[in-house]
Design a protein around this ligand. Structure first.
Ligand code: OSB
Ligand code: MG
Length: 370
């Protein structure tokens, strides 16, 4: 099998409700779909880089550039069809994990479809129902937030994560705890704090949180380890964990007790599985983070989250939590138990809806091997 044609699509999809983090508010998402064709099969991947470099330095434009000028030529030049070979070869280019992950994911889907096997089986997954949590953005008021939490709990989500920033943290947690004393609750700061905020952060120990995610800047390990020594609530790292190497350093420095694995942030499934395996050996739980993916990226995440050391509820919610019309049919749905089924059809195991993809496409380019 050889790669015959690769297609890049730049898409825009509106959210059903704005999503606000410590970086600001967004009403829609722009991202790239990667389609790799071989022997009449098409593999799909999603590049989670956003239009603006807020969560990470990558953008839809930089990812397009990396794919078009370096990664796609590499794939054609070396006839790469195996995702593990792609991972090894793409290492020669520094950084840009989201661009790499999107192409690697498409190769995994192709491999699964070719072997007529769902990806979770190829990865060695064990779970068939993935525990689902929901990430709730900053709202205009605390009462709006409480109302949204109530709705998500009614739908069955197993845990609530709220976004926090200085000024929207302990007072908000205190109101949530008054309304919902027992629910599994965690917070995510996306790097909005620094060491001077330690007294504010330590106040969060009162609220019986499952974890505090990424209080300090991306890539930091040292300040997190200083904070973890003074807090009882487990810290979880997201933006600071880029590879199995940074996971090892975080573990050895005791910078966190939990890791959020995102395929895009770590550069693909190969690296994500290495982090999973390392953490499993160290008995450090992981869970699967999200980047507000369409059903295509979401399905890829479900297969990964079926691995055994994904031991906490994941940021993997139903399609309708973010999008009125997802790019797959049927959409991803939440069970009354608050879980999502891992697709059992070959590859990603969901069916992309080409007409809706077409409608959401702003730009397209097709590449062919010589
Ligand atoms: O930090 O986990 C994050 C969304 C965009 C960028 C960063 C993050 C998030 C989320 C949403 O929290 C997770 C999801 O439901 O996809
Ligand atoms: Mg996060």
């Amino acid at each position: 099998m050889k790669p015959e044609k690769i297609e890049l699509l730049h898409l825009k999809l509106p959210y059903v409700h704005f999503f606000e983090t410590s970086f600001g508010r967004e009403e829609e998402r722009e991202f790239i779909l990667v389609k790799v064709y071989a022997e009449g099969i098409c593999g799909y991947g999603e590049v989670v880089a956003d239009k603006i470099p807020l969560y990470s330095y990558e953008t839809t434009t930089t990812a397009w550039h990396l794919l078009k000028d370096f990664l796609i030529p590499l794939v054609f030049e070396k006839s790469i069809i195996d995702p593990e070979m792609f991972h090894r070869e793409a290492k020669r280019f520094r950084g840009h994990p989201m661009a790499k992950a999107g192409l690697e994911l498409a190769l995994w889907d192709l491999k699964g479809k070719k072997q007529a096997m769902p990806l979770w089986k190829i990865y060695g997954g064990e779970k068939t129902d993935i525990p689902s949590g929901v990430s709730v953005g900053i709202q205009d008021s605390v009462s709006d937030l409480l109302e949204r939490i109530r709705l998500f709990l009614e739908e069955g989500y197993q845990r609530i994560k709220i976004k926090v920033k200085p000024g929207w943290d302990s007072a908000v947690c205190s109101e949530i705890r008054k309304a919902f004393p027992e629910i599994p609750l965690q917070v995510d700061a996306n790097g909005a704090y620094s060491l001077e905020d330690k007294p504010n952060l330590k106040r969060l120990d009162e609220f019986n949180l499952l974890m505090i995610e990424q209080p300090f800047l991306p890539y930091d390990l040292w300040d997190h380890s200083r904070l973890q020594k003074e807090m009882t609530t487990p810290l979880c790292l997201d933006e600071s964990i880029l590879s199995v190497e940074s996971a090892r350093k975080a573990y050895e420095m005791k910078s966190c007790q939990i890791i959020n694995i995102k395929v895009g942030r770590v550069g693909g499934i190969v690296e994500a599985r290495k982090i999973h395996d390392y953490c499993q050996e160290k008995q450090m739980p992981v869970w699967c983070g999200g980047m507000l993916e369409s059903g295509i990226g979401r399905a890829h995440n479900l297969h990964l989250a079926s691995l055994p050391n994904f031991r906490l509820p994941n940021d993997l919610s139903a399609s309708k939590r973010y999008y009125a019309q997802d790019l797959i049919e049927p959409p991803i749905e939440l069970s009354i138990k608050g879980t999502i089924k891992v697709p059992h059809m070959p590859g990603i195991g969901v069916s992309p809806h080409e007409q809706r993809i077409e409608k959401a496409t702003l730009k397209r380019e097709v590449f062919k091997g010589s």
